[in-house]
Design a protein around this ligand. Structure first.
Ligand code: FE2
Length: 182
């Protein structure tokens, strides 16, 4: 029995209508991993006509979560960033993503500068998904021809997010979608 985007969005709605704790977002991740290996889903959303960059493939009018597909022919990497208060789930389709989780070692008192420490690092391979919850700082790096799916609790363009240069510690506030932000 196949598992469609509509199935995933229905299951996600069922979970999130009762709240969006980390445990509930982890449940959504389990469903995403079913979707990531469904041949019909992949044929429909990750075929040769799949556009470069990001594409919103679902937005929930009631609960506000959304699902985006990503395709990049060239290798990419991001600086550590958060998604404001929104959770995010990244699910790998082709190639892999190196995921790093960072924590701040400063006291947060300087709005323009932070110091960071890498806490964990792991690799998402096709069929695997990873959760970032709340203001968890993370960075991603991927080789050529990477494709992945991302679900977020809300449209990130509507909330303030932080991006921090890992070397200089410079803090940047992001208010709109930028090509470099992931
Ligand atoms: Fe991200």
């Amino acid at each position: 029995m196949g598992y469609t985007l509509q199935d995933f969005c229905r299951d996600t709605r069922e979970i999130l209508k009762n709240g969006s704790s980390r445990a509930q977002v982890e449940q959504v991740k389990t469903h995403m991993e079913r979707l990531l290996v469904d041949p019909q889903f992949l044929a429909e959303y990750f075929n040769d006509q799949h556009p470069q960059g990001l594409k919103r493939i679902y937005a929930d009018s009631q609960l506000g979560f959304e699902v985006m597909s990503y395709r990049y022919d060239k290798a990419r990497s991001s600086q550590p960033h958060d998604h404001g208060d929104s959770w995010a789930i990244y699910g790998q389709v082709t190639e892999y993503t190196e995921m790093a989780v960072w924590e701040r070692t400063d006291d947060g008192s300087d709005p323009d500068h932070a110091t960071l420490r890498e806490k964990t690092r792991y690799r998402l391979n096709p069929g695997q998904a990873g959760v970032y919850y709340g203001r968890e700082l993370h960075s991603i790096a991927m080789p050529d021809n990477s494709r992945y799916l991302r679900a977020t609790g809300t449209d990130l363009e509507t909330i303030e997010r932080l991006r921090i240069d890992a070397k200089s510690g410079r803090v940047e506030r992001i208010h709109a979608r930028q090509t470099g932000a992931a």
